[in-house]
Design a protein around this ligand. Structure first.
Ligand code: HEM
Length: 218
């Protein structure tokens, strides 16, 4: 087990853990987005899909535990890497001029914190119903429509989806490099893949509150 400790204690080990857990989390996010897009097929399709997920019983709990474990490892590695970076630089920059940064890379930490706050609200909103005005355990379609009738709630979701898109873009691109998959090039294909993935996930999720606002879904 000593090798595992040494691996986790190294910067490279933590980055590898972030990349692998990031892949698991992206897999969930894409599957969840595709599942949610059934809102556009209709209430029956969406409610049936939600009932199917609940009918998987223990499997659902295994998936939830895996997801939670991946998220905890991802966040812990991110936090510890930040601390290690800070410790490596004893005095602060007099003036911080990032050499090669993008909006996405500069918002990773705060975007990540916003996503965490979103998740806490989201589970209380659509899974337990704690923050929902008229929650039903079976009518998931209705929960989503009623949930998004509140402009404040929808605006919060849209802000969180923008943060998710930026986080995914930078995260996927950084992950490709950590795993050594990105080739040296001035316009790497992997950057475009990361952009495409982020754009699809952002648009797919955001389309639902927007469609409720526009009255396309009701
Ligand atoms: C417009 C955007 C979204 C909609 C309409 C939506 C919809 C839902 C619904 C209806 C549920 C409850 C499912 C059920 O109990 O049958 C749910 C659960 C959940 N969603 Fe979302 N979701 C959205 C965005 C997201 C995003 C961006 C994430 C992650 C980054 C996410 C993560 C989760 C998680 C972790 C659960 C709990 C799963 C469980 O353990 O039961 N959702 N979502």
């Amino acid at each position: 087990m000593r090798w595992l400790r040494a691996f986790w204690d190294s910067t490279v080990g933590k980055k590898a853990v972030m990349a692998v857990t990031g892949i698991l989390l992206v897999g969930f996010v894409v599957a969840h987005m595709l599942g949610n897009l059934q809102m556009f097929i209709g209430a029956d399709a969406m409610n049936r899909y939600a009932a199917f997920l609940k009918s998987t019983g223990e499997l659902l709990w295994v998936a939830r535990a895996g997801l939670l474990g991946a998220a905890v490892l991802h966040i812990t590695a991110a936090y510890q890497l930040t601390q290690m970076n800070r410790a490596a630089r004893t005095d602060a920059y007099a003036k911080r001029v990032p050499a090669a940064s993008t909006l996405a890379s500069r918002t990773m930490r705060w975007g990540g914190v916003l996503l965490l706050a979103f998740l806490v609200f989201h589970i209380g909103h659509f899974t337990t119903g704690t923050f929902h005005p008229a929650f039903s355990h079976t009518m998931v379609y209705g929960n989503v429509i009623l949930g998004f009738r509140s402009p404040v709630v929808s605006a919060f979701y849209l802000a969180a989806m923008a943060a998710l898109g930026l986080h995914l873009y930078h995260g996927a691109w950084a992950g490709f490099r950590t795993l050594g998959l990105a080739k040296r090039s001035s316009a790497p294909r992997e950057r475009r893949i990361a952009q495409g993935l982020a754009l699809i996930v952002w648009a797919g999720f955001s389309s639902i509150p927007v469609a409720v606002w526009l009255g396309i879904l009701n």
